[in-house]
Design a protein around this ligand. Sequence first.
Ligand SMILES: Nc1ncnc2c1ncn2[C@@H]1O[C@H](COP(=O)(O)OP(=O)(O)OP(=O)(O)O)[C@@H](O)[C@H]1O
Length: 312
Amino acid sequence: MNAMLQGRGQGDIDDEARAGDGGPPPLVADGLLKVYEGRHVLDRLTLTLAPGTVLGLIGRNGAGKSTLIRALLGLIQPDAGEARVWGRSALALDDASKARLGYVPQQPEALAWLKVGDMLDFVGRFYPRWDHDFVNTTLERWQLPRNRLLAKLSPGERQRVAIVRALAMRPELLVLDEPAAALDPVARRDLLREIATRAGEFGTTVLFSTHIVSDLERVASHVAFMHEGRVLLHSELDGLKERHMRLHVPRHAADQLVGRVPGEVARRQHPYGGISVVLVREEGAPWPSLVHAPGVQRESLSLEDLFVEVAG
Ligand SMILES: Nc1ncnc2c1ncn2[C@@H]1O[C@H](COP(=O)(O)OP(=O)(O)OP(=O)(O)O)[C@@H](O)[C@H]1O
């Protein structure tokens, strides 16, 4: 079993430094606690999303991703801690801030009694930067007829409409809860491309949750691994793999280890004796001496391996 090592702080990024000088960060979770039926679904979670970041939030089913997103946007009230959007309490967002924020929930339900086109026309009136051309082009490309009732759409079609709606308002902050889950490959690729374009050309800040590691690798600038209500690792994607390594430590060397290895993030006991340990180091910092010990084998990790190690 994976020996999860808790208490490593909330990641390896200095949140203050990430916020930069351009005003308050778009999203901050400050010690969020949410308890459902005695379970700490958010366990005093702290996370900052810097402007222009595309953060992929990854975690197993039930890790708390949707709950975190809902708390960050003020859709649920935490039991302790605070969520802030551009420096304001998420629970008291003004209309001007809401107009800068696009959200695609995991299961979009809104205004189901309207037709696709009517809903988008209606919603568009509230957003000064509404992009009619984008709506028309994307509805056509994604084969979403304007005259279909939202209630009659498949889950994937409903999700596509929700994505069109969130992107058409040209948000400065875009939050998507598992947007690709119900999408076909064409829509998924379009969405990823759109996210990359928005971030690259317009500096849109994006938070999206996903289980699909390859999607994350394609568009995210940063990744946060969530497990049991905590962020276990929050890092820039570039260089993340180079800063992690799995070591296979034979029994004779493992028996001599006392306590944690510097930089240890996960440990597994091998059935035949010996252990494997996942290590992280700061950029440019040396690996601990164990890496060079006799009989110790090194292995580099894919992002998926790392996810399984950290959240497995
Ligand atoms: N309103 C609620 N009442 C009780 N329990 C809840 C409620 N909302 C969420 N939970 C529980 O909190 C845990 C986290 O749920 P959440 O939806 O945030 O996970 P997730 O990481 O988004 O999962 P998935 O990847 O499956 O969508 C789950 O065990 C869920 O059952």
